[in-house]
Design a protein around this ligand. Structure first.
Ligand SMILES: NC(=O)N[C@@H](CC(=O)O)C(=O)O
Length: 448
């Protein structure tokens, strides 16, 4: 029973979660349902929701869980616990694992690990090309037909740079309503790239990653998507020019969606000046003009979603000189706070907009039908409760993720995830992770 929560920041109501769904909403109805449950001896957990905003459980279209292969950086268990702590109830696990998730066998393994961990629903992303080699199409149909029901395909970490392979992938996924999520990076324009190409890279003497390398691929791909009449999704869009291209493509009716990461909404390439590799990421942090453009694009709907690109790396891979360090930063546990700071507190977005970009739209793009739903009676009880008045200082060592490469270390951010519910069961209560009861134990974490 959630007392006095504010769905999407609106008027407070009581929500009764039972049998995996929102069983009742309001006041009088709830008391009658509660009395029935108490008489039946059902366990009742009460949450005082005063001051809390209720959002549909967040859905991440872009998470690196690292298992199989790099369990020293993250496992499906640690990564999905981090996700729950960040308010997520579903994540899409990227395919750049070892082995690569390019067969039905690997995607089913990741899906099963997620189900057994029980923190969030894990939807594996299938690789577009075998071994991410960019040459041979992977078994997309077999992955779509597997138990993991893959609908999102991506070589993320690498760009599908061959236009013929990209065209084939776009054509092929139509058969099962899939989508190709492109990591837009023209490889020839970014050989040896270390950071955004601009004033700062010139001053630091680091090889630049020019905006045009992203924009050239996006321009090509929206035209390919139009030509074959398929769905295209653009991963971690980062430049002002990319926003303009997506705006143009949408105005032509091209079926394209785009994501921006929390770090590209807040941080700039100026941070590279102290050569701390925690700020090294792909695509790189850009300029303030780019940050302003992606905020505008997200606010006006050109950019559809915020996706974390949670990319955990070990200390060995990050605590070294800039040029040798791996690219990527963690993000699951700070995403909502960064969106609150950059979009809500600046007056650009409401909590209903936050629900759209962090839950409803990513669920729709990934064809996840039981997440991103309205908070109304009869809907699956996948939701998160946020205290927008709280402020939290980021301490990576205290987070759920197994890696500590957060670019927000020491920064105070607004908002705190107080509770998360997956089909009515609390995965987070009072800001702490609540492990799933084993399959045989009574459902004591279930909230009524
Ligand atoms: N975003 C990153 O900087 N890194 C990602 C892959 C990628 O998107 O390049 C990773 O897997 O580490």
């Amino acid at each position: 029973m959630l007392r006095g929560v504010a769905p999407l920041g609106g008027d407070p109501v009581d929500l009764l979660l039972a049998d995996g769904v929102i069983a009742a909403a309001g006041r009088g109805d709830i008391q009658a349902a509660l009395d029935r449950d108490a008489a039946a001896g059902s366990p009742v957990v009460e949450v005082d929701g005063a001051g809390l905003v209720a959002l549909p459980g967040l859905v991440d279209l872009h998470t690196h869980l690292r298992e199989p292969g790099r369990e020293d950086a993250e496992t499906v268990g640690s990564g999905t616990r981090a996700a729950a702590l960040g308010g997520f109830t579903a994540v899409h696990a990227m395919a750049n694992t070892s082995p690569v998730a390019d067969t039905a066998g690997v995607v089913e393994q990741v899906w099963r690990l997620g189900r057994d961990a029980g923190w969030v629903d894990v939807h594996p992303v299938g690789a577009v090309s075998i071994g991410l080699d960019g040459e041979h199409l992977a078994e997309l149909g077999a992955m779509a037909a597997s138990a993991a029901r893959v609908r999102v395909f991506s070589d993320d970490g690498r760009c599908v740079h061959d236009p013929v392979l990209m065209r084939r992938a776009l054509e092929y996924v139509k058969a099962f309503d899939g989508v190709v999520a492109q990591h837009a990076q023209e490889p020839r324009l970014t050989v040896g790239a270390q950071m955004h190409e601009g004033v700062v890279s010139a001053e630091l003497g680091l090889t630049g990653w020019p905006a045009v390398a992203e924009e050239a691929i996006i321009a090509r791909d929206v035209l390919l998507a139009e030509h074959v009449g398929s769905r295209l999704h653009v991963c971690h869009l980062s430049t002002a020019g990319s926003v303009e291209l997506i705006r143009w493509a949408k105005s032509r009716g091209i079926d394209v969606t785009a994501e921006v990461t929390p770090h590209h909404l807040l941080l700039t390439d100026e941070l590279a000046r102290d050569y701390d590799p925690v700020y090294k990421v792909n695509p790189p942090l850009r300029t303030q003009a780019d940050v302003d453009a992606v905020r505008d694009g997200l606010a006006d709907g050109t950019i559809d979603i915020v996706a974390t690109d949670h990319a955990p790396h070990t200390r060995e891979d990050k605590d070294c000189e800039w040029a040798a360090a791996a690219m990527g930063m963690t993000g699951l546990e700070t995403a909502l706070s960064v969106v609150q700071e950059t979009m809500v507190e600046t007056g650009r977005m409401t909590w209903a907009d936050v629900a759209r970009v962090l839950s409803e739209a990513p669920a729709r793009i990934g064809r996840v039908t039981d997440h991103g739903r309205p908070l109304t009676v009869g809907e699956p009880a996948n939701l998160t409760l946020v205290d927008p008045a709280a402020r939290t200082t980021v301490v990576p060592e205290r987070q759920g993720t197994a890696s500590v490469n957060s670019p927000f270390r020491g920064r105070e951010l607004p908002g705190r995830v107080v509770a998360t519910f997956l089909r009515g069961r609390a995965t987070v209560l009072d800001g702490h992770a609540v492990p799933a009861p084993s399959a045989t134990a009574p459902a004591s974490g279930e909230v009524r």
